[in-house]
Design a protein around this ligand. Sequence first.
Ligand code: ADP
Ligand code: SF4
Length: 677
Amino acid sequence: MSHDRPQSRYESLFEPVRIGPVTAPNRFYQTPHATGMGWRMPKASAALRGVKAEGGWGVVSTEYCSIHPTSDDFPFAYLSLWDEDDVRALAVTADAIHAHGSLMAVELWHGGFHCNNRLTREAALSPSGQGLKLLGPGSARAMDAADIRAFLGWQATAAERARRAGADIVYVYAGHDYLPFQFLSPRTNRRSDAYGGSLENRTRLVREMIEVTREATKGACAVALRMAVDELHGPEGITHDGEARDIVSLLAELPDLWDVNLAGALGNDSRSARFSGEGFQETYTSFVKSITTKPVVGVGRFTSPDTMLRQINSGLLDFVGAARPSIADPFLPRKIREGREDEIRECIGCNICRAANNEGVPLRCTQNPTMGEEWRRGWHPARIAPKTSDRRVLVVGGGPAGLEAALSLGQRGYDVALAEASRELGGRLLFEHRLPGLATWIRVRDHREHMLLKLPNVAIYRESAMSAQDVIDFGADHVVVATGSRWRRDGVGTARERPVHIPADPAIVTPDSAGALSDAVLIYDDDNYFMGGAMAEKLALEGRAVTYVTTQPIVSAWTQMTDEQPFIEDRLVSLGVRLRVSHVLEEVEQGRAAFRVSLARDRVLMEFGSLILVTGRVPRDDLYAELMARSDVPAVTRIGDCHSPSHIADAVYAGHRFGRAFDLADIPMLRRERPEP
Ligand code: ADP
Ligand code: SF4
């Protein structure tokens, strides 16, 4: 695709911008983000980045790319430039990006005390010696002068390799609490040599990294500095209104581009929508442009073209930086350029994409079911095969799975009817988006409803609860049952396998059946994703006395994967919610629940006015069962939560997968990248 200039009020977003020796075709900059693929999946990574370039991102960055075996994040997925094999592998990504006229940026990385080096078994490094941050045991030794010299050599060698692989922009990465940032911050740098103490000394390593990177890339690549301008540790660390200004002043004109964000844990930078709004980093990063004349890129989960325009026109940024919005919609720039802003699939800020990296699996996205599937399933976010028959499809259920199935089938040209029992489409989202901080989740429905309404071959029937007879009378050739799931009321969840006897007491409810509640609420969480914590937050905000009990050692345990757990715990504590961990439900009687405290084996009794059971979910598959029991039914498939209850991303994926594969005799299997035999 050529990056032509549009004739619209968004024109300034499409101006080319010079970055040192290279020129970005527009102001859309996909900042580095993890893919969960890393060096083990070069083809899948290349296809993913190529699609971003095709979608109009003028700069497409890689994920963190290790400069040396002392920076090894295994079993998590990272890129590496340790040898010539790595150069060849990265060149595949460069070609995929260049094919669409975009620039490739390579984020060279050394994690310091964040790396366990379990694959390479190298000793970990740090400025001053300290414990490993992640799943120790062990510590990262303090670097001596020889280590620092060697480190600068590794950066130079990796930069030279990046250039040969085809990089246009090469990073010095002093963000996210990684090694160069560990040198900048007084929290982690307690050295007394030329690289510690004064601010100038603490900045020395980053300055020298910029110099060696420039030298190694021989003027062919721009040198970007990614720096965290606040680590949210208050005066103990770097703050945007404190030392960050002095550091930016010291280095102002040295890099060709400033990429600025927040540090501390990664969760600070890519905060979920529950804990941040669009543009939330502006307060921290806006000062940078007043100090440097070099172009500045910043992020903030920008999804609205108007917010993007404001960032540029008001001089806050030169590039609209995006990781998550580019995952949710790789074609976002192109949609703006073509005047299709209404079709942007906006990121909902759920951080399921972060979970993929934290789980060490390929990227997945709630909004974009094709993300991560570009190579392994051959799915393209903007293209889908046309229909191969005139079969008519009835989709029952307008939740995420049913909506996505109807949309993908409709886009293929099939004649589709979508029947939903309620007046409003959205299924589980209708309840979930009303929980505190989750309003953006309704975008999963809004985008699909909007796109469905454009398709003349899709009919939507609201307030149409379908019985098996209704389905048969409708006379479709294929029926997709997407009727969702319900929360269990028998105590079975993650930790508890056998049912508990639960009396038929209206004071004992599940999230989807909670009516009038008492002022003293006990929430039992054996689901451990967002629901238990979000219910606790909601009810505490309503002024109720809330006790939150979980089977796990920490609150909302799985949200560690979405980088939300510390924020959730902090919020519940600040709202006065009583927290009890490692409790498994044993018995319930009226007004009282008994728990086994897992380690001590003690039995604990708790009284409640209302008890909310947030445990497992079961498919709402009565309709499916009835249809399967009859002999006069057309072909029937169940999808989404009705098939296997899970998070929303899986429901959307199931709907999309059905739509892609429908009527195709030959469905390609999942492709895997294997080491050479
Ligand atoms: P998923 O996440 O799998 O999409 P949801 O629970 O979000 O599941 O959505 C299921 C939707 O199916 C709900 O909107 C519900 O009202 C609808 N539904 C359930 N049973 C029927 C039925 N018999 N006829 C029509 N719609 C139904
Ligand atoms: Fe946004 Fe959620 Fe997709 Fe991540 S997974 S890009 S947060 S919608």
